[in-house]
Ligand binder design. Structure first.
Ligand SMILES: *Cc1c(COP(=O)(O)O)cnc(C)c1O
Length: 223
């Protein structure tokens, strides 16, 4: 783990950009170290791992769920999650609403868009999303609140391509804001940018970056 790089990133951030420290696969001790120097927002992509870390660590940590969420795992995070970045279907959103209702709370969510060329990444197309937003049933979901959009760019060294994909997400955000969320002041977040592309994301207007390996080191998935 690299506190020096963490501090550097923090210092370089514009005031309106929030850093989510992505601690997936990393031990409690690493999270505590960062927490103790003031980092309060962490991101995880596995519901059970997130739930365990929430149990163990200080309760004033804000937990962000950033990975593909399976419906049968919502129950692990619904009681406490601060923001789900990765709503990628209407059926998932309805299910999140159901568990939010059970927990008597409103769960903040971002709509994830498929902006990369890679087929493997999840997310709505603009068309699918607009269909959902126009649906009566969407308007009846009272226990979720849409805070904005999220996307992952193609994993490439071609900066121009990454920039175009981020611009696309920003345009989607503006369009949705205008057409569907002009009365929702919570709809203001654009979550884009990871270790290798966060500088471009900031230039293209993100409000949240999700940084893992630059801070915590490479992840070891073999363990
Ligand atoms: C793992 C992950 C990140 C962080 O990736 P790094 O390249 O390690 O910074 C960000 N966003 C999502 C959705 C992730 O799954």
């Amino acid at each position: 783990m690299n506190i020096g790089i963490y501090n550097k990133i923090k210092e370089s951030l514009p005031k309106n950009v929030k850093l989510i420290a992505v601690s997936k696969t990393k031990p409690i001790e690493d999270i505590e170290k960062l927490y103790n120097i003031g980092q309060k927002s962490f991101g995880e992509n596995k519901a059970q791992e997130l739930s365990k870390k929430h149990e163990t660590l200080n309760k004033d940590i804000e937990w962000h769920f950033i990975g593909h969420l399976q419906k049968n795992k919502i129950k692990y995070i619904a009681p406490f999650v601060s923001l789900i970045h990765s709503i990628d279907s209407f059926s998932l959103l309805k299910e999140v609403n159901k568990f939010a209702t059970k927990n008597n709370r409103i769960i903040p969510c971002l709509l994830q868009f498929h902006i990369a060329t890679e087929e493997t990444k999840f997310g709505f197309s603009l068309e699918e999303c607009v269909d959902m937003l126009k649906n009566q049933e969407f308007q009846s979901l009272k226990n979720i609140d849409i805070y904005g959009v999220m996307g992952m760019a193609t994993f490439t060294d071609d900066e121009q391509q990454v920039r175009i994909e981020f611009k696309n997400l920003k345009n989607i955000f503006e369009k949705l804001k205008k057409e569907f969320f002009s009365n929702n002041e919570n709809f203001k977040e654009i979550s884009m940018g990871m270790t290798h592309d966060y500088k471009i994301a900031i230039e293209e207007g993100c409000t949240m970056i999700r940084i893992g390996s630059a801070i915590f080191g490479e992840r070891d998935y073999s363990k």
